[in-house]
Design a protein around this ligand. Structure first.
Ligand code: R5P
Length: 315
């Protein structure tokens, strides 16, 4: 057992998830004020002694992205200046990840910039779930534990015993992920040919693979404006699918997403709670808990145990 105390502190992005993690760990969340000064600046005060402690800061960098990121940076600074022995940032949803390379002239690589900011502020380790691109781990020069939400989602769909299942990737980028789900759920694989026209508009081409007469499960790492997955759902329904379900780890749900999801021809929408999701107006929404996964990872980091078991466990 570690000699250091485990201190779990949360920003405002995902307090319910942080409470759930605390319950799983049987610890009380360390009290901290993460408020605002009258001019909008972020006001942080950790109310307990964390000197020599193993500090875990839980914060998704979900919308409002800049506020949540800044809260996290200031929390790191506060913990570092309070002489924490080690600071692990637990970022269930890592935002700013979609710009992970220069694909045209004069654009930033925000995923790298955010990695630099976090480590410069004083983060010693990172624990995160389903990065938009796994190689973002390499943008950090501190250890990154990259968890997958797939065991949580696969367990849910296994319980449904869906027959004639085809797992569909809503774009080529998600095909590896979809292949993994198809393998674990015993389904076939299909891929939708998607072209992004603008930040919130996509154009769908052909479906590569069979969806007619099949129960379709569309899987993606995130639903942002909902364009990709709902257009893909519509295409599969029009192509003769018996039913369409959609699943994603991170429900960013910005702009027209909720409206698009409401109108989509789907029997179930499954998300995890890496980002808080308001179920209002989405009667076919299921939100799955990630706290058991995150809590076990935190305990393993705290007690210096391997995390590999979390990747190889049968669902
Ligand atoms: C794309 O690379 C991602 O995996 C998602 O498909 C995409 O970010 C979803 O965005 P939206 O919901 O706005 O179509």
């Amino acid at each position: 057992m570690s000699q250091r105390s485990l201190e779990l502190i949360a920003g405002n992005a995902c307090t319910a998830l942080a409470d759930d993690i605390a319950r799983e760990l049987s610890v009380t969340r360390t009290k901290a004020r993460v408020g605002r000064f009258p001019d909008g600046e972020i006001d942080v005060h950790i109310h307990a002694n964390v000197r020599g402690a193993d500090v875990f800061l839980v914060q998704s960098t979900s919308p409002p992205v800049n506020d949540n990121l800044m809260e996290l940076l200031i929390l790191i600074d506060a913990a570092r200046r309070a002489s924490a022995a080690r600071i692990t940032v637990v970022i269930p949803y890592f935002g700013y990840a979609r710009k992970d390379r220069k694909d045209e002239g004069r654009v930033p690589i925000t995923a790298k910039l955010v990695a630099n900011l976090l480590t410069k502020a004083g983060a010693d380790r990172v624990l995160t779930v389903d990065l938009h691109a796994a190689q973002i781990q390499g943008f950090f020069d501190v250890p990154v534990d990259h968890l997958y939400a797939s065991p949580v989602l696969v367990r849910h769909f296994k319980e449904q015993r869906i027959e004639k299942l085809t797992v569909v990737a809503p774009d080529v980028g998600s095909s590896k992920m979809a292949r993994g789900y198809a393998g674990r759920l015993g389904g076939e694989l299909a891929i939708v040919d998607k072209r992004r026209i603008s930040a919130d508009k996509v154009e769908i081409g052909a479906v590569i693979g069979d969806v007619a007469g099949r129960n379709v499960l569309l899987v993606d790492d995130m639903i942002s404006t909902g364009g990709s997955i709902t257009e893909a759902a519509r295409t599969c329904a029009q192509a003769g699918a018996i039913s369409v379900r959609i699943a994603a780890t991170h429900g960013v749900l910005c702009g027209p997403a909720r409206e698009r999801l409401r109108a989509a021809p789907v029997v179930e929408i499954v998300l995890t709670d890496t980002i808080p999701v308001d179920p209002a107006g989405l009667p076919n929404l299921t939100v799955l808990r990630t706290a058991p996964l995150l809590a076990e990872a935190i305990m393993r980091v705290h007690t210096e145990q391997s995390l590999s078991v979390l990747f190889n466990r049968p669902e």
